[in-house]
Design a protein around this ligand. Structure first.
Ligand code: DSN
Length: 423
């Protein structure tokens, strides 16, 4: 068959874009060759609805082994009793958890999207806010979570589920405190660790498995696997208030979650992606992954202190993880303008709402920056100082495209020195 030039030329163009640019989107990363090979393997041909040993199709003996290996590696990596590796994404993982645990109209308490939360934690435009009755907690003026306030809201509103986890929060989470709050009202505590899961697997951040009833994550952010999702339970238990599946006898949470993924909300699992997840989990079990995760945090901390030296307003003034939020109001630039002009210099970030933002989500007052991808390319603290200089030079020349083009030339030359995946 003739090569599909249209598509493969585009893939090559994207490859060049990734090589030449500075990738600072906090939720992105670059995977190893082995992860890519698994995603592009013959496993994409196989239908395997069901679970290992209980499939609805023949010929699943080998994918059963693949999926079991992925599950076993994830259990070891996160120290948990139950894992489902089939969710196609973090959003699908959250949808399955809610399907397993809640009835339509039940109240959920999540972290406000405009303060750093996620669409699937109750946003009115998402299934989670459409099907369930969502209420929110946010950040205080200093840009930190206020656990007393979360407790007050929970005691007053009595949600059935409390969701912790964020897309743009630079501190760690006090899962123990949140579990105490959940226990006071008999709520389930769900931790969505999509962003920091690689740092948690590396034991550099608090461990949600000890305190949260259920954990969801994506596999492609700090965990550096293929795009996908996963659900975990530290210690299996009976769901105390599930009505839909009850039929006289309470079922274990693992049984409910499996049913909620398939057949509840998904069809055939993507076994090629599950194989790639298994590869990524093996890589994350290697001590070199811990070194990588430490460097992700060190790089983020360096960037924060460099931005502060240049008078940028970093939300909450620090980071403990892989990302930072810059409130650009003091620099008189909005998030969209900053995203666009940085992109013109081949530096990719995303505009982001900052706490108490006065702009719309389409404009925003800030940008979010993350270090997982540049750290995979081997950039260290000194390199991160240089990246902050590039960013500052572009943002101080928003109206001088000639200068932005010069910086872009320097950015491209600088980045071409780095491999895409430094072991
Ligand atoms: N879109 C992801 C992020 O950028 O954080 C979350 O789903």
């Amino acid at each position: 068959m003739n090569l599909d030039k249209e598509i493969f030329n585009l893939i090559e163009k994207e490859n060049t874009r990734q090589i030449n640019g500075v990738e600072l989107i906090a939720s992105e990363n670059f995977v190893s060759e082995q992860v890519k090979q698994a995603v592009g393997s013959c496993l994409t041909n196989k239908y395997a609805e069901g679970y290992p040993g209980k499939r609805y199709y023949g010929g699943c003996e080998i994918v059963d082994e693949v999926e079991t290996l992925a599950i076993d590696r994830a259990k070891k990596l996160f120290g948990v009793e139950y894992v489902n590796v089939q969710p196609h994404s973090g959003s699908q993982a959250n949808a399955a958890v809610m399907l397993a645990c809640l009835n339509a109209g039940d109240k959920i308490l999540g972290f406000d999207l405009s303060h750093g939360g996620h669409l699937t934690h109750g946003s009115p435009v998402n299934f989670s806010g459409i099907l369930y009755n969502a209420i929110f907690y946010g950040l205080n003026k200093e840009g930190n979570l206020d656990y007393d306030n979360i407790e007050n809201i929970a005691l007053k509103e009595k949600p059935k589920m409390i969701i912790c986890g964020a897309s743009a929060y630079t501190k760690d989470w006090d899962y123990e405190r949140l579990r105490n709050i959940a226990d006071k009202i008999g709520a389930l505590l769900l931790a969505d660790i999509s962003h920091p899961s690689g740092l948690i697997a590396s034991k550099l951040l608090n461990d949600p498995a000890k305190f949260c009833h259920i954990i969801t994550t994506t596999t492609h952010k700090t965990l550096r696997g293929p795009r996908g999702g996963m659900i975990m339970v530290g210690k299996d238990f009976e769901n105390p208030f599930n009505q839909k599946f009850k039929s006289g006898k309470l079922k274990s949470m693992s049984t409910l979650l499996n049913s909620a993924v398939f057949p509840g909300s998904q069809g055939g699992p993507l076994e090629h992606v599950i194989a790639a997840k298994a590869v990524a989990f093996k890589e994350a079990l290697d001590s070199r992954f811990v070194d990588y995760s430490k460097q992700v945090i060190a790089n983020a901390k360096t960037m924060v202190s460099e931005f502060i030296k240049l008078d940028y307003n970093v939300v909450s003034g620090e980071t403990m993880n892989h990302c930072m939020l810059i409130d650009l109001r003091s620099k008189n630039i909005n998030g969209k303008t900053a995203e666009d002009i940085l992109q013109a210099g081949d530096i990719t970030v995303n505009k982001n709402m900052v706490p108490f933002d006065t702009e719309s989500p389409f404009i925003t007052s800030g940008i979010r920056i993350g270090t997982p991808a540049i750290t995979t390319r081997g950039l260290n603290e000194n390199n991160c100082k240089k990246i902050v200089q590039f960013i500052d030079e572009i943002l101080t020349n928003v109206n001088n495209l000639d200068r932005v083009n010069e910086v872009k030339f320097d950015v491209n030359n600088y980045m071409r020195k780095f491999p895409m995946f430094k072991v």
